[in-house]
Design a protein around this ligand. Structure first.
Ligand code: ADP
Ligand code: MG
Length: 469
């Protein structure tokens, strides 16, 4: 059967694509309508997942209509084209797991399955139920910067202590900034340090789904019991239960019961408790009783740090530093996109067997770069900077040399150079017809000052943040 799926894929795509991506795959097993396949490297798995998952699924369902879902895991050191079912049955060999010692502790934690599904996991500490944890999301792989240091420190505190310091911990921030990553990291670390603790992680959507099915199957008692017996409950993306009244009601009771018994609760959402529209007032107010940690949009340094870490994890591909700097500067939307961009570059480089250069980057990422173009105009920069420093726009554009207008003017020129694709002469013209050497001087001056003047550095970071959101 697997060989027929492979045959089908082979006829459907180019030989190069087939040999690079599909041929190295091996079948692990087919279980409850889910075909589990193994790829030899994490990189291949990610690439297949994001580019060929649907095609593989279709090939499967044509050969075997029972298969409705597929899943790809990482398994190093195997030979491909093995016969069905002989590869492995437990996932202890999954190299994507955090570390050998952690792997022991969490051996029962995860069996390959389609993501987003809830299920029951047995381990030696009893019964758990919840969503699968991503083995890549650990504290080790989380890069800390100004924008997320509070959330990170709080998450570590929760993971490494059984005493409750703040309850709940409420993490909030925009899409793709690491909330889910931190929650999984808490779960992994906690399982490692306190294997007997019952940790439950699930999305608010899954919470609702479980609650509703407990009503349908007239089993709300065991639902309540299950949720109230955990030591650490983490619910991701709470905004999902906005306007879902009965689910909120149940959540509120679960939440109170755990907090009253000093069991830790961690909640994430895409906005702060007070801004959670559609969530009952009494819940919103209780959510703010513990620690509320905001994850801000990333800054350049953090983005570069994240890219460097990811680049180090694929030592087989050479990536010029210049490329990483370029990506960190240009892809500001969120970390997920940043990773996506790097993955695409790595895939490209692997296929054509050349190191990643600037030229290749610009070519391969054309669409992404365009989408991320902040499209900030010089007018907007001038307006914002004048606002920020509380000076008049006309003064900013005038020839006045008083320091309280000259410095903001230089900053505005600097930002115009950084954030738009305008040339120095064009920028000069926009600033009351100044010469391009004046602009160049301003850019150099601010660049230098950023190194030594921390107040100015703060101002610039703040302004950059305004423009990148
Ligand atoms: P959210 O849940 O806030 O939408 P995720 O936790 O899913 O975001 O993060 C999106 C992706 O970005 C994940 O692959 C995650 O590993 C990565 N990521 C986000 N922040 C960081 C960070 N500080 N260091 C390393 N990876 C990060
Ligand atoms: Mg998330």
């Amino acid at each position: 059967q697997w060989s027929r799926v492979l045959e089908r894929l082979k006829t459907e795509c180019e030989e190069g694509v087939f040999n690079s991506w599909f041929k190295p795959l091996a079948l692990v097993n087919v279980d409850e309508g889910c075909a589990v396949m193994a790829a030899p490297t994490r990189f291949m798995r990610n690439w297949l997942q994001s580019n060929y998952a649907e095609r593989i699924r279709q090939a499967w369902s044509k050969e075997n209509p029972d298969v409705t879902d597929i899943s790809i895991i990482v398994l190093s050191g195997f030979k491909s084209a093995e016969p069905q079912g002989t590869l492995l049955d437990n996932d202890e060999q999954d190299e994507a797991r955090p570390s050998a010692s952690e792997r022991k502790q969490t051996a029962a934690g995860r069996k390959p399955k389609a993501s987003g599904e809830t299920r029951v996991v047995q381990n030696n500490s009893g019964t758990e139920f919840g969503a699968p944890l991503d083995p890549r999301f650990t504290f080790d792989s989380f890069v800390v910067g100004k924008s997320n240091e509070l959330a990170y420190a709080a998450a570590r505190r929760v993971a490494e202590n059984t005493a409750v310091h703040f309850n709940p911990l409420f993490l909030h921030g925009g899409v793709g900034l690491g909330k889910t990553h931190l929650m999984h990291a808490i779960a992994w670390a906690n399982k490692q340090m306190f294997p007997e603790r019952r940790v439950l992680y699930l999305s608010a959507e899954q919470f609702m789904y479980q609650f509703i099915s407990s009503i349908r199957f007239k089993d709300t008692m065991s639902f309540k019991q299950k949720f109230r017996s955990v030591d650490l409950l983490m619910i991701d993306d709470l905004q999902f239960i906005a306007n879902k009244e009965s689910t909120q009601e149940e959540f509120f009771h679960t939440f109170n019961a755990l907090i009253d018994h000093h069991h830790q609760v961690v909640i994430s959402a895409d906005r702060s408790p007070t801004d959670l529209e559609g969530i009952e007032e009494r819940i919103r107010s209780r959510l703010g009783w513990g620690l509320v940690a905001d994850i801000h949009p990333t800054d350049y340094e953090l983005r570069l740090g994240i890219l460097q870490q990811k680049a180090n994890s694929v030592p087989e591909v050479e990536i010029q530093t210049e490329v990483l700097e370029f990506l960190a500067k240009r892809i500001t939307s969120n970390v997920r996109e940043l990773e996506g961009a790097l993955n695409r570059m790595v895939a490209h480089a692997t296929l054509i067997g050349r190191p990643i250069t600037m030229e290749m980057t610009q070519e391969v990422l054309q669409d992404l770069l365009r989408a991320n173009d902040r499209r900030v105009t010089i007018d907007e920069i001038q307006r914002r900077v004048a606002d920020y420093f509380n000076i008049r726009l006309s003064d900013l554009l005038s020839s006045r040399r008083a320091r309280q207008v000259a410095r903001p003017r230089q900053i505005a020129m600097y930002l115009a150079k950084e954030m738009t694709s305008k040339s120095l002469p064009e920028i000069g013209r926009k600033f009351g017809g100044r010469d391009h050497t004046t602009v160049m001087h301003a850019v150099k001056r601010i660049d230098e000052l950023r190194q030594t003047d921390s107040v100015l550095e703060e101002d610039i970071l703040h302004l950059e943040r305004i423009f990148s959101t």
